[in-house]
Design a protein around this ligand. Structure first.
Ligand SMILES: Cc1cc2nc3c(=O)[nH]c(=O)nc-3n(C[C@H](O)[C@H](O)[C@H](O)COP(=O)(O)OP(=O)(O)OC[C@H]3O[C@@H](n4cnc5c(N)ncnc54)[C@H](O)[C@@H]3O)c2cc1C
Length: 497
């Protein structure tokens, strides 16, 4: 039996991101991935939202993705565009980048960090006890881990084996999706009819045409084929546009479900294993990657045994509401996109409202993930929110707040006079940075906020405490998030302690 601190089932976007986070924290982690390579059978997810670009920036790898995709205003609610160019972030846009391109770039980073991926193998069973988890795999020796994380997608075997309920709504609508070559030149864009909404699109010349067609029925079994696609095209457009070939034909639905708990003992869930919803708003991959970034630092502390066990429970407490909110907004987006004059009237009114400043900001903050606020109690507006990527001046020269997070270590950022707090009991875990910031402080949606004198930043970039270094809540926050102080070594000289 091979032992690892953490086994991750599934090497999709969520599993890869989590593996990277754990490797940065020095954890012995392995991924078990069913697919023989990172290749996907279709291009799948369409891109990244601003907060995902930010978390990649926090690790110093955003440029790898930005150079592979197209920066644009990608956000929309039921196809009503939501521009975020006025949001106070360096990444006030989204990134059009197919998941099939995103995954290999992320996998390269994970490989550089030395994480082994057991490809072409599946997790087929697991059993946990008080000390760890036995993980059975389809080929080779079983694995033993302190923790097992199910990043194994919507049909998660880990979720089922851990007996975690997946509650929500059955599908009400089904869509066929395909990437095709056609002899004809179809009119690209959205079409609405009595069945629902359909789309033909191509991001760039030379790419296959992406077809999304609302099905008449929901109760399909098995994958669709060329004849199903041809029939569906003719039903909507009256022609198949000379359909020649299809690189990918699949279906997706608006099934909306969430795991009731993201943790059972030593087994955790992240990404689609924890929440599934329709792709409206393009939030699935983004939410999974951000789950991973929230979980990584906490799980690393669980393995290092630096913080109390309950820290791991904050993963569910923080991320379950975020997932629930995504499910909620996709339910609304599907309802708004329904066929018929009544829904059209609703869409028109919503489009009108979303031209107004406050509603646009509110929804765009949610869909971009930039407004995420973990409930850490009362305090400075930054508490529980993302740390803005400020320009800082330090003794070593200019830097950015996100650069301080490249190693995925917590940071106590002192922006007032140097000194004033003895961090040495946590210095093995938390880095102290003395800096100055001369510009304004602003958060997306909220706008201007008062400048704090100091900020305690978690590895995921969220603020665990903000205030004055003399605040008695600071040592308490350090204990809560990063564990008890390390006692000073005893002075060996006689009479000294
Ligand atoms: C048509 C469509 C469009 C979408 N558009 C967007 C978008 O624009 N933006 C967005 O954010 N999201 C989008 N999504 C959602 C996105 O594709 C998913 O949310 C995302 O892939 C979830 O990542 P994941 O790693 O959690 O799960 P998955 O991508 O499902 O990865 C799970 C991995 O686990 C592996 N696996 C499964 N079972 C086992 C096992 N037992 N043992 C070992 N390995 C296993 C699988 O092979 C897979 O690699 C879209 C989805 C669809 C279908």
């Amino acid at each position: 039996m091979t032992e690892h601190a953490v086994v991750i089932a599934g090497g999709g976007p969520t599993g890869l991101m989590l593996a990277g986070e754990l490797a940065l924290a020095g954890i012995d982690v392995v991924i078990v991935e069913r697919r023989a390579s990172q290749a996907l059978d279709g291009s799948r997810g369409g891109g990244l939202h601003a907060r995902t670009i930010e978390v990649l920036d926090q690790r110093g790898i955003a440029h790898r993705f930005l150079s592979a995709g197209q920066v644009m205003q990608v956000q929309g609610f039921a196809l009503i565009p939501l521009v975020i160019s006025d949001f106070p972030t360096r990444h006030n846009y989204g990134l059009a980048l197919w998941q099939s391109l995103f995954e290999p770039i992320l996998a390269d980073w994970v490989a550089e960090l030395g994480v082994p991926i057991l490809r072409g193998r599946e997790v087929v069973g697991m059993a946990q006890d008080d000390l760890g988890v036995d993980v059975e795999i389809s080929e080779g020796e079983p694995l033993r881990a302190e923790y097992l994380v199910g990043c194994d997608g919507g049909r998660s075997l880990i979720r089922k084996a851990a007996d975690i309920d997946f509650v929500g709504l059955d599908p009400s609508t089904s869509w066929m999706i395909a990437e095709v070559e056609m002899d004809g030149e179809p009119e690209l864009g959205i079409r609405r009819d009595s069945i629902g909404q359909h789309a033909l699109g191509r991001r760039q010349e030379g790419e296959p045409i992406r077809v999304v067609l609302t099905d008449r029925r929901v109760d399909h079994t098995g994958e669709p084929g060329m004849s199903d696609l041809r029939e569906a095209l003719v039903a909507v457009y009256g022609t198949d546009f000379g359909l020649r070939s299809a690189g990918w034909i699949s279906r997706f639905t608006d099934m909306t479900r969430q795991a009731v708990s993201y943790r059972r003992g030593r087994v955790l869930l992240a990404g689609d294993a924890a929440h599934v919803h329709p792709p409206q708003g393009g939030q699935g991959l983004n939410t999974g990657v951000q789950d991973a970034v929230n979980l990584g630092g906490k799980l690393a502390q669980g393995v290092h045994k630096t913080a109390p066990e309950v820290l791991l429970d904050t993963y569910h407490a923080e991320r379950h509401p975020v997932g629930a909110r995504v499910l909620h907004n996709t339910l609304a987006a599907v309802a708004l996109s329904s066929p018929g004059d009544r829904h059209k009237a609703l869409r028109d009114i919503m489009a009108d409202l979303l031209c107004m400043e406050a509603p646009r900001k509110r929804l765009a903050g949610m869909l971009s993930g930039l407004d995420i606020h973990y409930d850490l109690g009362q305090g400075h507006p930054l508490l529980g929110r993302r740390m803005p990527d400020l320009d800082l001046h330090t003794h070593d020269g200019p830097t950015r707040a996100f650069t301080l997070l490249h190693e995925a270590r917590p940071v106590l950022l002192n922006l007032a006079e140097p000194g004033g707090f003895d961090l040495s009991p946590w210095a093995d875990r938390v880095r102290l940075v003395e800096a100055r910031h001369d510009g304004p402080w602003a958060l997306p949606v909220l706008g201007q906020i008062p400048a704090p004198r100091a900020v305690l930043i978690r590895p995921d970039g969220h603020v665990a405490w903000a205030g004055d270094l003399a605040d008695p809540a600071l040592p308490q926050a350090l204990v809560t998030w990063f564990g008890a102080p390390t006692p000073a070594p005893e002075d060996p000289r006689p009479g000294r302690h």
